[in-house]
Ligand binder design. Structure first.
Ligand code: HXC
Length: 283
């Protein structure tokens, strides 16, 4: 894949990626490190953290991995203290750690709801607040990128706690873009459509048939490639997007828009057939 960014683009940055040991978090962490950032990743499990840190270092990058449960405010505060003790002041945050499972909302237990909302919404708030507080006190700028989802806007059946928590993350982003812009702090979201990662697919996509159906919903007729998310993430973390704040950018091959337009089903018909129907209607 050709690198579209200057190779020292993030050389003075220290970027934290929550959930950075696996999946899309790992992709963003490795990419930021390859462009010169010092990267600190966190997660609950040591093993993926060690693997990703090892891979980054092997490629010549700077990385640390620290275990942290983003659901716990104290754990998050201690994590940022340690991250800064090891690699200096944090300058960028990626709120990537997320939890999700398919469930019938009427059957969901309070603990089930908590497990997801606390990871996604509380976790993103705790991390964002830690960074904002430090940046405002120091008088230094900072950037936050949060991973939302396209159904944060539309809602979705069977993933209610994920939908409400991701909608909250988008509202947090917009609120803080207004509140903290004056301190030079920018916050944006990416709302990914379907990107097949082990973590998401094992919980959300039960079989190959469903995966194929999901693909058919995407106008570009394929799933997202991890590097495509990495490209946008790096843009949003870098000074390339220095006047962009409070936005949530869908990265979904057009999936959500295609689901909404009333006449979009014509696209599924052979083009000749569509043209005939249109000609008949015109009379
Ligand atoms: C209903 C469930 C459940 C399920 C767990 N619970 N799985 N309820 N259906 N499938 C309930 C449990 O019964 C329990 O409630 C409560 O949730 C907490 O479960 P625990 O296993 O004790 O919690 P924990 O170990 O913290 O696990 C949390 C988790 C787990 C969310 C269940 O999957 C996790 O940690 N996931 C993190 C990684 C992840 O989910 N990645 C995917 C994100 S992908 P009771 O009442 O029994 O105590 C993503 C992409 C979206 O978000 C876009 C896709 C297109």
């Amino acid at each position: 894949m050709p690198e579209i960014y200057r190779d020292d683009l993030l050389k003075d940055e220290h970027v934290v990626v929550t959930g950075g040991g696996t999946g899309l978090g790992r992709v963003m962490a490795m990419r930021a490190a390859s462009l010169g950032a010092a990267v600190t990743i966190c997660g609950r499990r040591e093993e993926p953290l060690e693997k990703t840190v090892g891979d980054i270092r092997e490629a010549g990058g700077k990385a640390e991995g620290l275990s942290c449960n983003v659901r716990e405010a104290e754990s998050v505060a201690a994590f940022f203290d340690e991250a800064e003790a090891r690699q200096g002041p944090v300058t960028g945050l990626v709120n990537n750690a997320a939890a999700n499972f398919l469930s019938a909302s009427a059957e969901l237990s309070p603990n089930g709801f908590d497990a997801i909302v606390k990871t996604n919404l509380y976790g993103s708030f705790y991390c964002t607040q830690q960074c904002g507080k430090r940046w405002i006190e120091r008088g230094t700028p900072g950037v936050v990128l949060s991973i939302a989802t396209t159904y944060a806007e539309t809602g979705s059946a069977f993933v209610l706690p994920s939908a409400v928590s991701k909608a909250g993350i988008v509202a947090m982003t917009k609120s803080l873009a207004a509140e903290w812009g004056t301190y030079g702090i920018r916050l944006n979201c990416i709302a990914p459509g379907p990107f097949p990662t082990e973590g998401a697919w094992s919980r959300l996509v039960p079989d190959e048939e469903m995966a194929e159906n999901m693909k058919r919903r995407v106008p570009l007729a394929r799933f997202g490639e991890p590097h495509e998310l990495g490209d946008l993430a790096i843009f949003l973390l870098s000074d390339g997007s220095s006047y962009l704040s409070g936005e949530c950018i869908a990265l979904d091959g057009g999936e959500v828009l295609a689901a909404g337009g009333q006449f979009n089903d014509f696209i599924k018909m052979p083009r000749e057939g569509v043209l005939q129907v249109l000609a008949m209607m015109r009379g």
